[in-house]
Write a new protein. Sequence first.
Length: 256
Amino acid sequence: MAILDIHLDVLKKIKSLKGQGPVKMASLGYPDLLCSKKSISDLFGPDLINDLSFRPDSEKILRWHGYENILPGVYETSQFFRTIGIELIILDIKQIRGGEIIVDLNYPVQKSLEGDFDIIFDGGTIEHCFNIPQAMVNILSMLKIGGYIYHSNPLVILNHGFYNLNPTFYSDFYIDNGHKLVTPICAIQRNIENKEDKDNATVSIQVFELPNTKRFNLPNDREDISEFSIQVVAEKTSNNYPSWPVQTKYKRQELR
């Protein structure tokens, strides 16, 4: 999984909602920081970049993500978040980059993690959990009241994980359980052009706001099959154990 420019922008806004105090964030999986020097400088100022260094395994990480012609290196994620005042704790099913706490979200998390985090970043993990209801319960249990969960999962990415997730999944789960959606639910389309050309490779991102529960069609002006992710931010408002929602379309009294 990775943090792109759009993720960094949203995380900055979430941090501002938490005020000036210390912020503790859990990432569900190690988030490789696929952001350029320019994008980081634009968001956080030019001086911050001087305190960052590339990971020694940057070349391997860039090849894994298909970014070898996009970025010169990968900044160390934990170091970056420390620099902006966020303590990053990485939870994963196995050691990937080093320093992860081993957690299998298919099962209840250990008590020591409950109510421990101000922010949880799910940059593409719950779709890999077969027991996705338990993963959602775990996310809420690990958040403090008033904490934020930022999901960025597949909307249409075939065979990426067990599941592609629809807006109604998040809307019905969080709203029915009394929590808040604090941003519109959006689709993200990432395109890498001229991927094999070192001098001309580029990344572009388009964002489309989606309806929470109504049917919709995605825009597609490309000849190949397009992939879309979905992103949503929710705020936890209570420690109540979640109930399983009925999909909004089936709550109506009259159904065709």
